[in-house]
Design a protein around this ligand. Structure first.
Ligand code: NCD
Length: 321
């Protein structure tokens, strides 16, 4: 969308809108996404797909590595009957010859109906939205936001625990540069009786902008470098990867491998709770945890990304109400 770079609220109407930041979503907007994703899940399980996006094309423009986000957006578009231009790693496009980001965005505007972008700079996806008339979806901008991840995290929590209010969720690991944390914390702020704990090494505590956002909305937050005391109380343990690509080698060496979830920790959690991770994991959760019924990162969380991204594509392209 031209000129409205991202701050535009969804306000019940997704058609033509950019999805850039979690703060665009009210509780009602989130409900629409989750309900639509539920419908998508049914369609996929019953028939594999539909053709509501026949004749539509998505450009997936990824300036950073990706497995799940890229793969699920491409699969989502295909299961909706649409086509796609897969740009994974921009080195083979004219961006590799030095073409500007803005010109690249305008180029693919000529060929498609929606653009999904991942980029290492905060605000870059909003910048793209300023130069194209197409809806733009943020698939991760630097250490900023990852709203589609957070939406399917909510879908997963609701599916597993049956509610989104009255929850204690603990983010665990590197939090300063981990964009899904910013987006999920902001989305959860719309629900009543939410408590958020941020457990991290002292060098990588939560993003100050996110802390400020939660304080303004009076969401109770607890920050510590130790998880043990709160393990018996939490409903969701949300584990993160150390974002090596966004920090110095020296800092990486200090914190990598220090925060690990193993069965010793998991055994202190409630029976009805969930362990989540956006993935990839680089050793933060030992593989023995994978078989625990509370571990959803491999079992359902990433699959839910497909349903939620199908819902978002259909909604911004105005093909579903
Ligand atoms: C995350 C991301 O890109 O922010 N990955 C994802 O989309 N599931 C997390 C990460 O990079 O570790």
């Amino acid at each position: 969308m031209a000129n409205q770079a991202g701050l535009e609220k969804i306000n019940g109407n997704f058609k033509g809108k950019d999805i850039l930041d979690a703060n665009q979503f009210s509780k009602k907007d989130i409900d629409i996404v989750l309900k639509t994703a539920e419908r998508m899940k049914k369609i996929v399980l019953e028939k594999g797909g539909t053709d509501i996006l026949k004749g539509k094309i998505m450009t997936a423009m990824f300036f950073e590595p990706s497995s799940r986000t890229f793969g699920s957006f491409v699969a989502a578009m295909q299961r909706l009957g649409g086509g796609f231009i897969p740009l994974q790693g921009m080195g083979n496009t004219s961006a590799g010859k030095g073409e500007s980001f803005e010109d690249t965005v305008q180029t693919f505007t000529s060929y498609s109906d929606v653009i999904v972008i991942r980029h290492p700079e905060v605000g870059s996806v909003a910048k793209a939205a300023e130069v194209t008339s197409l809806p733009v979806i943020n698939a991760g901008d630097g250490i900023g936001e990852h709203p589609t991840q957070a939406l399917y995290d909510l879908f997963t929590i609701k599916d597993e625990l049956g509610r989104l209010e009255n929850l204690h969720l603990a983010f665990f690991g590197e939090l300063a540069r981990y964009r899904p944390v910013n987006s999920l914390a902001k989305l959860l702020a719309v629900y009543p009786k939410i408590k958020l704990s941020f457990i991290s090494p002292p060098q990588v505590t939560m993003n100050p902008k996110t802390r400020e956002y939660l304080r303004e909305r009076k969401v109770p937050i607890f920050e510590s470098d130790k998880i043990e005391d709160i393990l018996p109380e939490i409903d969701v343990l949300y584990v993160t990867r150390v974002k090596k690509e966004f920090m110095s080698e020296e800092l990486y060496k200090k914190i990598q491998g220090k925060y690990i979830v193993d069965m010793k920790l998991v055994n202190k959690m409630k029976r009805k709770s969930v362990i989540m991770h956006p993935l990839p994991r680089i050793g933060e959760i030992t593989t023995e945890v994978d078989a625990d019924p509370r571990a959803v990162y491999l079992r359902s969380q990433m699959r839910n990304g497909l349903y939620v991204r199908m819902a978002l594509l259909a909604l911004v392209l105005g093909k579903i109400k």
